[in-house]
Design a protein around this ligand. Structure first.
Ligand SMILES: [Zn+2]
Length: 172
């Protein structure tokens, strides 16, 4: 018998594994994201505790299913393409953090990530000049990986790198 995850995802391969909120609780709810643009299955599945099922921005879904602590709260199984995942990162934290908007780069992700990398580097340099360690340093290392992957056309690796940046960004 297929699991609920296999059924809800339309038996697609996992595109990325994310942790979108820092929370020590186990999930009580499995939220089904919107339908994929093409083909069967949900775009993503999010495991949430009872608090974050009510209070989590940016992850609206059409349906919820009970869960008995399969995963820690905030775990997201993302079934979207690398490009769609990059757009999700931009919407949720990358553009708010850096001011770099993908819409201004017409989908050229290598340019978007290069620009974001420059913004972050300038801030880290600024902090260093003031004798401070910037918390952005962790993000910068992985942003560089993302930037180079996108430059080679590997948007899935770029998106995977941003999943780590996303976790660091939560503690800023
Ligand atoms: Zn939670």
């Amino acid at each position: 018998m297929p699991s609920i995850v296999q059924e809800l995802s339309g038996h697609r391969d996992l595109g990325g594994l994310r942790k979108v909120v820092e929370c020590p609780a186990q999930a009580t709810v499995l939220r089904e994201g919107p339908a994929q643009d093409s083909g069967p299955g949900a775009a993503w599945l999010a495991y949430l505790c009872s608090v974050h099922a009510v209070d989590l921005d940016g992850w609206p879904g059409p349906a919820e299913h009970p869960d008995t602590g399969t995963m820690p709260c905030g775990t997201v199984l993302d079934y979207r393409s690398g490009e769609q995942q990059l757009q999700s990162h931009a919407d949720l934290w990358l553009t708010p953090l850096t001011g770099v908007d993908p819409a201004a780069h017409e989908g050229a992700w290598a340019d978007v990530l290069d620009q974001a990398d420059r913004v972050l580097l300038a801030r880290v340099d600024e902090a260093a000049a003031a004798g401070e360690d910037s918390p952005l340093q962790n993000i910068l290392v992985l942003m560089d990986v993302a930037r180079r992957a996108a430059d080679r056309g590997n948007l899935r690796v770029a998106a995977t790198s941003l999943t780590y940046c996303e976790i660091f960004a939560q503690s800023l």
